[in-house]
Design a protein around this ligand. Structure first.
Ligand code: TRP
Ligand code: SF4
Length: 403
């Protein structure tokens, strides 16, 4: 119903690794060419778990944004910003907290999981319980249609949908709605206004699906309506409820999860990661020394790629021919493990070359980086403020005062 818009956030964890690139950033780069995208640094989310060490967050933010740009996220196509610089997120979070049942938050799987896993920190806090509600605010404030996330985040998107639904249910009965609709129909213009009203009646009285489609088309193609009026008229066709917040869907990033050099999920904390902009000599060394199928003790012992952590890297980095060469050479002991690793080493280094080049101007001149983020923050704020205007209005908070 609302325009297509992609929103996603990342907690500032510092320089990113190839797992982030293949798991998320590559997808962002593809999406930005298709739809308006809002990508932000979730610094408040980082504070919910790292409130005792805020100093690490600051540096991590800039290192991470450099890697976004290095990956090819393009500030001319995407809006890049920092969550805490758009304080409207916090206002929406607060307002939604009024009507969010505690049980909804307590039931989110990450809540208990993380409390059990991160035992070195005290996460029995108000902020941590509210983590997914803050995430819902991040998404709903931009009326996002889709949210690219990994599997672990799906419960958060589900919760976001429930929160939006509940919000619309509670507050969608806008005061003076009927009058506003009448005014908006006038805005449509005489002929179009009449056509809209007739089609609506036909849909309401006869359930005529074509009438519904046609009425929507009139509203959507009208250039004379404000965004709020457009939503009112779209809502009015089917009933009189106004959609204030729209339900997003999760855009699952395919589990092209690049494993680390030990075969486990790539993660900085496991010490098995290759940074996006790692020095080629270090990449070479890491890959040459990474473990292989334990059955290949000697060069003459045949191996099995399925038992080797190098194989998943070939699945990401090699073409069919190379993969056949690996399968045959490994099983027949025709190739050595260093031979086998070489195409991966070459491909990783080749992939990283443009990352290193794209990052350089920002390393040379950090002011460039700040300018991109400042510009993104002000663009994001405009959109967020529009939503908040509607939200305040339906919650009875505008008191006829100017913003
Ligand atoms: N919770 C997300 C994660 O840990 C980060 C995040 C915060 C996010 N706000 C968001 C992701 C909004 C998507 C949309 O990965
Ligand atoms: Fe692994 Fe390749 Fe060695 Fe086989 S030849 S064990 S796939 S590194």
């Amino acid at each position: 119903m609302f325009a297509q818009r992609v929103v996603s956030g990342m907690r500032p964890t510092g320089a990113l690794h190839l797992g982030h690139y293949h798991g998320a950033l590559k997808n962002w780069v593809r999406l930005q060419a298709e739809q308006p995208c809002f990508f932000f640094v979730a610094d408040w989310h980082a504070l919910t778990t790292h409130y005792e060490s805020p100093e690490v967050i600051q540096r991590a933010i800039w290192d991470m944004v450099v890697d976004w740009l290095a990956a090819g996220v393009d500030p001319a196509q995407s809006t890049l910003f920092i969550q805490s610089r758009v304080p409207e997120h916090a206002e929406l979070h607060l307002l939604m907290s009024m009507s969010t049942p505690l049980g909804w938050l307590e039931r989110v799987p990450t809540y208990k999981d993380q409390q059990e896993k991160l035992t070195d920190r005290d996460l029995t806090t108000y902020g941590f319980l509210g983590y997914p509600l803050l995430q819902a605010a991040d998404i709903l404030i931009y009326r996002a249609s889709s949210v690219p996330v990994g599997e672990d985040q799906v419960p958060h998107i589900e919760l976001t949908r429930e929160i939006a639904r509940r919000f619309n249910h509670l507050f969608g009965r806008e005061p003076g709605f009927e009058d506003k609709v009448a005014a908006a129909i006038k805005q449509l213009g005489g002929k179009r206004g009449k056509a809209y009203s007739d089609l609506r009646t036909r849909y309401q009285e006869q359930g005529d699906a074509q009438a519904l489609t046609d009425a929507r088309a009139i509203v959507e193609s009208s250039g004379s309506l404000s965004a709020a009026d457009r939503e009112r008229l779209l809502g009015f066709i089917e009933g009189s409820r106004k959609m204030i917040l729209s339900e997003p869907r999760a855009l699952l990033t395919e589990a092209s999860r690049l494993p680390g050099i030990d075969g486990q999920k790539m993660s900085k904390s496991y010490g098995n990661a290759i940074a996006m902009r790692e020095d080629p000599a270090s990449v070479t060394k890491k890959l040459r020394t990474m473990p292989t199928d334990p059955a290949r003790v000697r060069r003459t012992d045949p191996g099995d790629p399925e038992r080797c952590p190098v194989w998943p890297l070939h699945q990401v980095y090699s073409d069919d021919n190379t993969r056949t060469w690996v399968q045959q050479g490994c099983r027949s002991a025709g190739i050595g493990c260093l031979d086998c690793k070489q195409p991966v080493i070459d491909a990783v280094i080749a992939e990283q070359q443009p990352f290193i080049e794209r990052a350089q101007p920002y390393l040379d001149d950090p002011a460039l980086l700040r300018a991109i983020i400042e510009d993104g923050c002000s663009k994001a704020r405009k959109v967020a403020q529009d939503t908040m205007r509607d939200v305040r209005e339906v919650m009875g908070l505008n008191y006829g005062l100017r913003d």
